[in-house]
Design a protein around this ligand. Structure first.
Ligand SMILES: [Fe+2]
Length: 183
């Protein structure tokens, strides 16, 4: 699957622009992690890009969310490793995140929301000028962007990153596509 094929499929299945931006942010951070760990940037990036492709199709049914997504990804030509990572990023299935591609997607997913929320409360609502230490401060405020599961973000420890390192890497990756994110 080419990146274009993946993105075309997203455009065909997802109307909500914020959801598309969330997937773009996830792609960017997954690519940055692959770069850092010497893994396959394309494979990791596409996994991040596609991970929520079924959110609108499954209409909030958490028992089917990510099962359909994994199937759609397979149809597009995703590897089993990619499909498994997508499948188990939804904790509702009770499938543990075990592989080297499962674990990063799981902790990256909620980090994007925390960083976007931290940017949106700044004057100008931009990523530019947002510092990792401010995001870390927001991380500690439990009521701030409460949907961004802190425990899940903290699983970055399972891929060998301290929280500070993870936030810094994620923030830099998202700044790199700030225009696409409208931030
Ligand atoms: Fe997601």
């Amino acid at each position: 699957m080419t990146r274009k094929e993946a993105f075309d499929s997203i455009k065909a299945n997802v109307e909500n622009e914020n959801l598309v931006k969330h997937m773009l942010a996830t792609e960017a951070i997954m690519q940055a992690l692959a770069r850092r760990f010497g893994e396959d940037e394309e494979e990791w990036g596409l996994t991040g890009l596609l991970h929520d492709i079924d959110v609108e199709l499954t209409e909030g049914d958490m028992s089917s969310h990510s099962k359909l997504g994994a199937d759609l990804a397979r149809e597009l030509g995703a590897s089993e490793a990619m499909a498994h990572s997508i499948l188990c990023h939804n904790p509702a299935h009770g499938i543990p995140q075990e592989t080297k591609l499962d674990k990063p997607l799981f902790c990256v997913d909620p980090l994007t929301g925390l960083i976007i929320a931290a940017a949106l409360v700044r004057p100008g609502k931009k990523l530019a000028g947002l510092e990792a230490k401010s995001v870390k401060k927001r991380f500690k405020e439990k009521s701030f962007a409460a949907g961004a599961d802190r425990e899940q973000i903290s699983r970055c420890s399972q891929i060998g990153l301290e929280l500070d390192q993870f936030i810094e890497l994620g923030l830099e990756a998202m700044k790199g596509i700030a225009a696409d994110l409208g931030l």
